[in-house]
Write a protein of this length. Structure first.
Length: 180
C-alpha cells in the first residue's frame, strides 16, 4: 500500500508542476511518472554514463533510482523564447536566440531561454514541496534527467530533471556519501 500511496503523491506532484506560475502564462513544462522497466532503464543509463565519464555520482544516484518506487520527470521546452528580449540567454534578444543553432551539449540541449529555465525551477520546487507535504521522500536530481533525455522519454524536452520518490523508514536520498 505504501507504494500505491507514493504513486498517488507522484500524481499530485505532476499537478503542482503543471499549476506552478509560468512566464507570461505560457506553459512549456512537460511531466511524466516512470516506474518499473522505464525506471530501471534510467538507472541503467545512469550507470553507463558513470562508466563513460568516470563520475561516481551517476552510479550513486542510479542506486537511489532503483530503491525508489517511482521517478517524477519534469522538463521544459527551453528552445522557445519568452518574448521578453532580455538577453539572459546570452544573445542580444529573442530574435537572435531563435536564429541560434540549437545543439546538444553533454547533458542538455541549448541555448535555453533563461525564463523557461526559471519556469522549470519553479515547477520543480512546487513538485518537491507537494511531496514533502505528503511525507514522501524525494530529491531533485539533475543526473536522472540527463539519463531520461538520452533515453528520449520526453522527446520535445531540452532539459529534464528527475525527482525520485519513496517512503521508507529512513530517507534514502540524504543518507549517502556526499562525494563519490
Amino acid at each position: 500500500m505504501e507504494g500505491e500511496a507514493v504513486l498517488e503523491v507522484a500524481k499530485l506532484m505532476l499537478a503542482a508542476a503543471r499549476t506552478a506560475p509560468k512566464t507570461a502564462g505560457v506553459d512549456d513544462i512537460m511531466t511524466l511518472i516512470v516506474y518499473g522497466k522505464e525506471k530501471e532503464a534510467i538507472a541503467h543509463k545512469m550507470e553507463e554514463i558513470a562508466e563513460e565519464r568516470k563520475i561516481g555520482g551517476f552510479s550513486r544516484d542510479a542506486k537511489n533510482v532503483r530503491e525508489s518506487y517511482a521517478v517524477v520527470l519534469i522538463a521544459v521546452r527551453g528552445q522557445r523564447n519568452s518574448g521578453l528580449d532580455c538577453g539572459g540567454c546570452g544573445y542580444e534578444g529573442c530574435r537572435e536566440f531563435d536564429e541560434a543553432r540549437k545543439k546538444k551539449g553533454k547533458d542538455f540541449i541549448g541555448p535555453t531561454c533563461v525564463f523557461k529555465a526559471l519556469d522549470l525551477g519553479i515547477a520543480l520546487g512546487s513538485a518537491a514541496k507537494t511531496a514533502s507535504m505528503h511525507d514522501t521522500d524525494n530529491r531533485i536530481m539533475y543526473r536522472v534527467g540527463t539519463a531520461a533525455l538520452k533515453l528520449k522519454l520526453l522527446p520535445q524536452a531540452t532539459i529534464i530533471i528527475g525527482l525520485p520518490v519513496s517512503a521508507k523508514g529512513k530517507n534514502i536520498y540524504f543518507d549517502r556519501p556526499a562525494k563519490v
